[in-house]
Design a protein around this ligand. Structure first.
Ligand code: UDP
Ligand code: MG
Length: 314
């Protein structure tokens, strides 16, 4: 029987902690009763440097249910992505399969069973995907969908409408641990791992209590980080723009020369216009070229694994 760890990152979640612990313990008990996971499966709460009583509450939960509830205390606030990574990597050595879920229970705990079923059916990664965004404000819906589209255009492979509610097997986590990058965007990294994957669909609910720890500023930072850590396309775009402007300078030259020969131009205008267009294009092209090398250096220093061997027959 496989041992499950449910990893829950928590930042200032005192209002929801007990509710989340109870709901998730019920899920564990139910799955244990149905003999889908091992008896010693557990919840792992990661306290991401909370300023409120979150850690005390995790300690209380652990004292009340020492076998089922474990906690990790990070020394300071490092943000959702790093807190989650810490939890997943700690869970990796103590379990066979891990599921990450937010503390606020916005993600539907009732699809966890389906995730486990899909894991038993041979999937190494199971993504929780929102079936719709009816509950979101127009603004959140518009920005979120724009985000996934833009990521696609920029060449970053992500799962549409999937946040960080997902199941990962031990070997998927082993491979994940090879990614040493500090600009961490989990939703971009996980699809790079490979293996057989599947999705489960659910409706995302309102927060059970408390308020969002992801204000617009953090959301934009996450989106920007997602693009710049996974794509050097913006640099290529600059290079192309340089080329286009150089070609444009030929047209501008034709126009300027015709104007020059048909008379009525101010003295010096022709040479000025020619240089502005041409030099502008050359400058952009040069910046783009420098950028190409910086982009290469960036890709190299990340030291990502180049492949993931699934099987060797010998
Ligand atoms: N979180 C965290 N560190 C942070 C911010 C958030 O660990 O610096 C956790 C938070 O406790 C929650 C999850 O990340 O479990 C998602 O945050 P939230 O629900 O506030 O985001 P939203 O659902 O509003 O996008
Ligand atoms: Mg939330």
């Amino acid at each position: 029987m496989d041992k499950l760890a449910i990893v829950v990152p928590c930042y200032n979640e005192e209002e929801v902690l007990h509710i989340a612990a109870d709901a998730l313990r019920d899920v564990l008990d139910d799955l244990i009763r149905k003999q889908k996971i091992a008896q010693d499966s557990f919840l792992l709460f990661v306290n991401d440097g909370s300023k409120d009583r979150t850690w005390e509450l995790i300690e209380e939960e652990h004292a009340a249910h020492p076998a089922q509830i474990r906690g990790v205390k990070l020394a300071g606030n490092v943000g959702h992505q790093f807190a989650l990574t810490a939890g997943l990597l700690i869970a990796k050595d103590r379990s066979d399969v891990a599921i990450s879920i937010d503390a606020d229970l916005q993600d539907d705990v009732s699809v966890i069973e389906e995730m486990i079923d899909k894991y038993h059916a041979g999937n190494d990664i199971v993504y929780g995907v929102r079936s719709n965004r009816k509950k979101d404000s127009f603004f959140k819906r518009f920005t979120a969908q724009g985000f996934y589209r833009f990521m696609g255009i920029m060449g970053v492979k992500t799962i549409y409408n999937h946040a960080d509610f997902r199941l990962m097997s031990k070997r998927a986590l082993e491979q994940f641990s090879q990614y040493g990058e500090n600009n961490l965007f989990l939703r971009g990294i996980v699809p790079l791992i490979g293996y057989q994957t599947d999705c489960v669909y659910y409706e995302r609910k309102e927060r059970v209590a408390g308020e969002s720890k992801y204000p617009l500023k953090k959301m934009l930072a996450l989106a920007f980080n997602g693009i710049t850590s996974f794509s050097i396309k913006p640099i290529s775009l600059i290079t192309w723009l340089g080329c286009v402007i150089i070609v444009g300078s030929v047209l501008a030259a034709v126009y300027a020369l015709i104007s020059y020969f048909t008379g009525n131009v101010v003295q010096g205008w022709t040479s000025l216009i020619l240089s502005i267009w041409f030099i502008g294009g050359v400058q952009l092209l040069a910046i783009g070229m420098v950028g190409q090398y910086i982009g290469k250096i960036y890709v190299e220093v990340k030291h990502r694994p180049r492949y993931n061997v699934e099987k060797v027959l010998e």
